[in-house]
Write a new protein. Sequence first.
Length: 207
Amino acid sequence: MFISIEGIEGCGKSTLVNGLSEHLQNKKIGHVITKEPGSTSIGKILRKILLDKKQQISPLTELLLMFSDRLDHLEKVIKPSLKEGKIVITDRYIDSTYAYQGAGRGISKDIINNLVTQTEILLPDKTILLDLDPEIGLKRASSRNELDRFESENLEFHKRLRKSFLKAAEINPKRFLVINADDEPKKILQSVINKLSTYDERLKESY
Ligand code: TMP
């Protein structure tokens, strides 16, 4: 199973990913936790460039750098792990591109759709969207570290991201699980595990 976790800045993706990883470890279910951008040696270099506030990057350059990271990630991490029968959980994937480069930077959906088609990237089986008000998310993000190139964008930018994620969820109801991220981390984890276990019995909590 290929799972992506999506959401705006400060929505709690890392906490959820850590909780899921612990759950899968306890259940002895083979899995790989990964993220975009930055999960391969090439990806790490691309991530440094992409998040660096000192870099001036045009929207199209940014889009293609994200896709370069994704293709390397797919080839070196995602596809081999799925082939080994592991559950792959990625912290961000294609829906972040539609949100950030599409809704955020203003690149047309057609261009992104074309890239998706031409590069034949895999789509996740399930996408967990941690939905949160950007004002809350940005406060959380700014309290924990210096803001990066994306986090430093204005509130309007982040509002567009949220809208884009919610729209994607509306268009793809079978793939998306939308979770209210303004809740206790433990409750969020529980709710995600419960929902995912209807697709993969092995994930079920044992009481
Ligand atoms: P994060 O690991 O803290 O989520 O940082 C990654 C940043 O990269 C985040 O601000 C979102 C951004 N991003 C895009 O703009 N487009 C993409 O396709 C992906 C995967 C991430």
